[in-house]
Design a protein around this ligand. Structure first.
Ligand SMILES: Cc1cc2nc3c(=O)[nH]c(=O)nc-3n(C[C@H](O)[C@H](O)[C@H](O)COP(=O)(O)OP(=O)(O)OC[C@H]3O[C@@H](n4cnc5c(N)ncnc54)[C@H](O)[C@@H]3O)c2cc1C
Length: 367
């Protein structure tokens, strides 16, 4: 049985007390030392419990810049489960132990420099697998934790056919000769987002994570947990935005009282509440479900719903707050960064194309 959420919340509160919440590495260490990373997965499993994941993301969202929450999110939802599943001994098992203690940060390097992020089958980052060595060449772009990580979990092509069995995972220490890191710019402060290049990177055969040929199928499955995480996190952002907006509207003087008294303003606000209730309703059955990925269709529905709900509510928060939305750290800046919910981990257009392919299933029984 999972621990009661209250215990998890208390451990999380203790871990976060006094930590610099703008420093993703310090935060990750605090979560590890406080036992929060270990406690996310019940019964010694590899997958985060959905309620604990929701609690973690809500607490981080309340305290950290978006980029810092992103840094934690990708590690707990995707990297750690993928590595844990493959960890038996050697560097992979050591890395998992280091992550759980909060000492090791690992980036997920999937989006390829040589192909559209929505089309992984055309990825050009290549691994030559030999008996005594593995060589990696290529590049990965827009990788969270790239500038702050100790290692990257890299999706690489080891066979030429354009087929999902042509890919493997490699665990690449970032200090290996031939690895270069370039920050992407100032957006997403704290996320460590950057580009990675691999030029003739020589690795030991034990850098392979899991069996070659299984990587893409494993990722396609695990990304469902990242999509659930993105819905749970975006729900927290929407709730935070609407709470702040409601307080502000009630305090903002208008001719006959406050802005909250205007029927048109109240109606716009209520539309946002409905959008949030719809997202809550989609997430509710998954919160009490078992840890692990939802179905592919459910993952895609969650991803689109999360992106569109954040966009609707952030846009309305900017609209209703007027010039005040442009203060430092205001809703206008958040709205720009929150656009990533429609891109990272699966662009909305790609999700919609996938959902159209499943139209008959969805119409028959829903997600
Ligand atoms: C803040 C941030 C953090 C990120 N972190 C990571 C990370 O940690 N690891 C990682 O591997 N990647 C990461 N990414 C990259 C992200 O996963 C990709 O940006 C995403 O997969 C989309 O790929 P793309 O940007 O190449 O867009 P493209 O795939 O080129 O798509 C561009 C547009 O075309 C549309 N489109 C493309 N293909 C189709 C299709 N088949 N049908 C319909 N429409 C389509 C999409 O809707 C999209 O709007 C991150 C991105 C951001 C912004």
């Amino acid at each position: 049985m999972p621990e009661p959420t209250a215990d998890f919340t208390a451990a999380l509160g203790t871990a976060l007390a006094g930590v610099d919440t703008a420093d993703a590495r310090a935060l990750w260490r605090a979560l590890g030392v406080g036992g929060v990373v270990a406690a996310l997965c019940p019964d010694g499993g590899n997958q985060p419990d959905p309620r604990r994941l929701a609690t973690l993301l809500t607490e981080l969202d309340a305290r950290c810049p978006l980029g810092v929450t992103l840094s934690v999110c990708v590690q707990v939802a995707t990297v750690l489960p993928l590595l844990s599943e493959a960890a038996t001994a050697g560097p992979v098992a050591e890395t998992v132990a280091g992550m759980v203690r909060g000492e090791t940060v690992v980036a997920l390097a999937v989006t390829d420099a040589g192909a559209s992020g929505s089309d992984l089958l055309d990825a050009t980052t290549r691994a030559k697998l030999g008996d005594d060595a593995v060589t990696l060449d290529g590049g990965k772009e827009w990788i969270t934790n790239a500038t702050t990580c100790h290692a990257a979990l890299v999706l690489a092509r080891h066979r030429e056919p354009r087929h999902f069995t042509s890919f493997c995972w490699l665990l690449v220490p970032i200090s290996t000769p031939g690895v270069t890191v370039e920050p992407t710019g100032r957006a997403f402060a704290g996320s460590g987002v950057g580009h990675l290049r691999f030029d003739g990177v020589a690795l030991e055969p034990n850098a392979l994570v899991g069996r070659p040929g299984r990587a893409l199928a494993g990722f396609a499955r695990q990304v469902g947990v990242e999509r659930l995480a993105s819905a749970l996190w975006s729900r927290a952002i929407c709730r935070r935005l609407l709470t702040g907006l409601g307080e502000w509207l009630r305090a903002r003087p208008a001719a006959d009282g406050t802005l909250w008294d205007h029927p048109a303003v109240r109606e716009q606000y209520a539309r946002c509440l409905v959008a949030l209730c719809q997202l809550d309703a989609l997430c509710a059955p998954l919160l009490d479900g078992p840890p692990g990925p939802p179905s592919t269709v459910t993952g895609m529905v969650l991803k689109v719903a999360a992106a569109e709900t954040v966009e609707t509510i952030a846009a309305e928060a900017v609209h209703l707050r007027g010039a005040d939305a442009f203060r430092d750290g205001g809703e206008a800046a958040l709205r720009t960064e929150a656009a990533m919910f429609g891109i990272a981990g699966g662009a909305t257009g790609t999700m919609l194309a996938g959902l159209a392919d499943h139209a008959d299933d969805l119409l028959r029984s829903g997600p």
